[in-house]
Design a protein around this ligand. Structure first.
Ligand code: PMP
Length: 355
């Protein structure tokens, strides 16, 4: 038995994996594998349609929202977003809350003047900074709603008058949130939404109208929407895995129950860390992420022993990001509370033995 706390690609549960493996052999009694199916077939069109409907239902999206799929992961969106929206004399705001935000900033700088709305770089990204927007004509504010590497998240929506865009790769659908407050959301699917190979983009129709015309079609949001994510052959299998993940999320009880379980999981792990004399959390308490729990050992010399000990109990994927060190347990939606109980019991046992 493995307890997989990887930061992404992340654990998918048995129920989802079972359905995917059946569909690899025979998709919905069509006699064809999902990976043999034409992307222009009625069957695949209905996969896309159902994804859009279920995602809208799960996130409570309003009728002004467009949902579409693009290849290239979230990193591709770092470039695609400014490419679609920014003109040379534009001003745009980005909040710098970590490595992924930094990468998004680098791409935006290719197109326009980027102003920092706030940064927590001087504190090694251990908190969410206060944001300040002074130019109300700026094209948008970009935030990274959950910072996967540092374990911080925005607890609310930034208060500002300009459109807000969020990289939600590591927290989309992980909590109740006003998803309609964002003019555009993008997320690589490999954490809460399924598997790598596709990014989900959710954009307000009124905001999309401001996107540039005449762009190369593979990079154009307007073109992707006009072609219902089927301009060329999309990553059929990855989109289908998103569908099975969404179907499971609905069967599980939707965002209400997901939110409740995720809070219980995070509370259990943070309490274990806070009550111990060996572990300490690295993120400011008010900004702690529900999805990625980052912690370190007060006695650094025990780190290798801790990894060996947890591995010997089947726990994998808890090494911190190589740029940050320490440990990180990612508690994405498919991780059940029981896995976190196993992890915290093992952490306590380790502390009793070696702490
Ligand atoms: N943004 C965030 C918040 C992430 O966590 C990641 C990946 N861990 C990325 C962007 C990059 O995603 P991708 O690998 O899909 O390009």
């Amino acid at each position: 038995m493995k307890y997989n706390f990887n930061a992404g690609p992340s654990h998918l549960n048995e129920e989802i994996l079972e359905r995917i493996s059946n569909s690899i052999k025979n998709f919905e009694n069509s006699g064809l594998s999902i990976i043999e199916l034409s992307h222009r077939s009625k069957e695949f069109e209905s996969v896309i349609e159902e994804c859009k409907v279920l995602l809208s239902e799960l996130l409570g999206l309003d009728s002004d929202s467009e949902v579409f799929f693009m290849q290239g992961g979230a990193s591709f969106q770092f470039y695609t977003l400014p490419f679609n929206f920014l003109r040379t004399n534009d001003c745009v705001y980005y909040a710098n809350t970590g490595r992924w935000a930094e990468k998004a900033i680098v791409e935006a700088k290719r197109f326009a003047k980027v102003k920092l709305a706030g940064s927590s770089k001087s504190d090694n990204y251990s908190r969410i900074p206060e944001l300040e927007i002074t130019n109300e004509n700026a094209r948008y504010l970009h935030i990274t709603s959950n910072n996967t590497i540092y374990g911080t998240e925005y607890s609310g929506i930034p208060d500002c008058q300009i459109p807000i865009v969020a990289d939600m790769s590591s927290d989309i659908m992980g909590r109740k949130f006003d998803y309609n407050a964002f003019d555009l959301i993008y997320a690589g699917a490999q954490k809460n939404l399924g598997t790598a190979g596709v990014a989900v983009v959710i954009a307000k129709k009124h905001f999309i109208q401001e996107a540039k015309e005449g762009l190369p079609p593979m990079l154009s949001y307007k073109n992707m929407i006009a072609n219902n994510s089927l301009f060329n052959t999309p990553p059929v299998l990855a989109i289908y895995i998103v569908l099975e993940t969404l179907r499971w999320s609905i069967r599980y009880g939707g965002i209400e129950r997901i939110d409740k379980t995720n809070r219980a999981k995070a509370k259990l792990l943070y309490n274990t860390i806070d009550e111990s004399n060996l572990y300490y959390g690295t993120a400011r308490k008010e900004d702690r992420s529900l999805m990625n729990v980052c912690f370190k050992l007060k006695d650094k010399s025990l780190e290798n022993k801790f990894i060996d000990f947890t591995n010997s109990h089947g726990i994998i994927g808890i090494k911190g990001h190589r740029s940050f060190g320490g440990f990180r347990a990612s508690l994405y939606n498919c991780i059940p509370l029981e896995y976190v109980k196993v992890l915290t019991d093992v952490m306590k046992e380790f502390e009793r033995k070696y702490g």
